[in-house]
Design a protein around this ligand. Structure first.
Ligand SMILES: Cc1cc2nc3c(=O)[nH]c(=O)nc-3n(C[C@H](O)[C@H](O)[C@H](O)COP(=O)(O)OP(=O)(O)OC[C@H]3O[C@@H](n4cnc5c(N)ncnc54)[C@H](O)[C@@H]3O)c2cc1C
Length: 371
């Protein structure tokens, strides 16, 4: 039996961001992780640190995203200083292309709604016509009619981010236990006993950051968590000289020269297989946007499941009747990593989570207790 102030279940981006933040608040922390047999969104993600399209139906989410985006520069720098790992963060703004006037108009009305919800006097995005887009992206396809541009948007290397978080966690004295699948959580008075396939721990706080796996764990604690897996597929090209000069939400060129293509959203249940139809559609849209990409070879593709709360907004809350068990789920674990490390970790450490961020409670989802 080992004793920690907090045990985090899940060593993906959410779990490691919070675990790293908890260590900085001087808690003793262990992270248990099932390993590659689990679905692991953080290993298959695209890498956007993205604000512009987030929070249409919930201004608090738009605000939360922007808060994280603002914390990102110092967060990336701190990880670099502490670990020597450059997460390749850049924040020169991001573009979303439109293929018709109507699409551009629709996008504009979405962003106007987001900015109105935020109470912004001046929108924090720009509408670019085709001429402005051509100036920023020489060689862009004729099909592109315009774009929205938001200066807040950026990207990073998400695998380097995950690596840096793991390294920083170990440097700061955290205990990482791979190959440990959560078997059971039992409440003993105010204390919690957590058993894995090969160990037993006692603690006051358990943070569930098991991604899509949170649904099953919450169920075992009498809470039916409305999460759905949402598949995304990504293609990666061979390395090329710099050809995509700025960040776009569906095509990004990495610092090493590979070009990543993505942005599929497929509601197909627990199924992380790639499909020819989606790969064709992603590649087709990319070539329509940047015709010069048609000669590049695709060298890798994968599919991965987003852990998606049913209404699309994060869940940060305590499990009903088990106040020491905290559940964290988001489909924007890269973007929100800075807020998770800085803000959510502080609220977990000082016991204010849930009081501070009510909009992201489980209750809003009309969750039923199952026993
Ligand atoms: C294709 C795609 C593109 C994306 N693009 C972006 C993007 O550009 N920007 C962005 O912000 N977000 C993006 N996301 C979303 C982002 O990747 C996720 O929000 C994030 O990775 C979720 O991290 P997590 O730690 O919550 O979950 P995961 O990464 O799934 O981690 C869960 C961890 O829990 C462990 N686990 C599971 N069950 C158990 C158990 N019973 N016991 C112990 N351990 C367990 C697993 O091993 C795993 O390591 C994308 C997602 C996908 C799929």
């Amino acid at each position: 039996m080992a004793d920690f102030d907090a045990i985090v279940v899940g060593g993906g981006l959410t779990g490691m961001s919070v675990a790293y933040g908890l260590l900085q608040r001087r808690l003793t922390v262990a992270v248990i992780d099932e390993g590659d047999v689990a679905h692991r969104a953080s290993r298959g993600t695209f890498g956007l640190v993205w604000a512009q399209s987030k929070g249409r139906a919930m201004p608090e989410y738009a605000r939360w995203t922007r808060e994280s985006v603002k914390l990102w520069p110092a967060f990336a720098e701190e990880l670099h200083e502490r670990t020597g790992i450059d997460v390749a963060y850049s924040n020169d703004g991001g573009y979303m292309f439109a293929f018709s006037e109507q699409e551009l108009e629709q996008r504009k009305s979405v962003y106007d709604e987001i900015c109105a919800g935020l109470g912004l006097k001046h929108p924090d995005y720009e509408i670019l016509d085709r001429k402005a887009v051509v100036a920023d992206f020489p060689g862009i396809g004729d099909a592109v009619r315009g774009a929205t541009f938001c200066p807040l948007d950026g990207d990073c290397n998400p695998l380097a981010l995950l690596h840096a978080l793991h390294k920083a966690f170990l440097i700061d004295g955290g205990k990482y236990l791979p190959g440990h699948r959560l078997a059971e959580i039992v409440q003993h008075g105010s204390r919690l006993v957590l058993r894995t396939t090969c160990s037993r721990f006692e603690t006051d706080r358990i943070v569930l950051a098991a991604g899509i796996g949170n649904a099953r764990i919450a169920q075992s604690l009498g809470c039916s968590l409305p999460l759905r897996p949402l598949r995304g597929q990504i293609l990666v090209s061979e390395r090329a000289k710099p050809v995509i000069p700025r960040l776009t939400h569906a095509v990004r060129q990495t610092k090493e020269g590979s070009i990543m293509f993505g942005d599929s959203h497929e509601d197909v249940g627990i199924n992380d297989l790639t499909t020819a139809a989606t790969i064709r559609s992603i590649a087709g849209r990319a070539v329509k946007t940047f015709p010069f990409l048609s000669s590049l070879r695709i060298v890798r593709s994968w599919a991965c499941l987003r852990p998606m709360p049913v209404d699309g907004f994060p869940i940060y809350d305590r499990i009903p009747r088990h106040p020491g068990v905290i559940v964290l789920n988001t489909h924007s674990g890269v973007t929100l990593a800075a807020a998770h490390a800085r803000i959510i970790a502080t609220q977990i450490a000082d016991g204010t989570l849930g009081k501070a961020i009510r909009h992201f409670s489980i209750n809003r989802l009309d969750v039923q207790a199952t026993h």
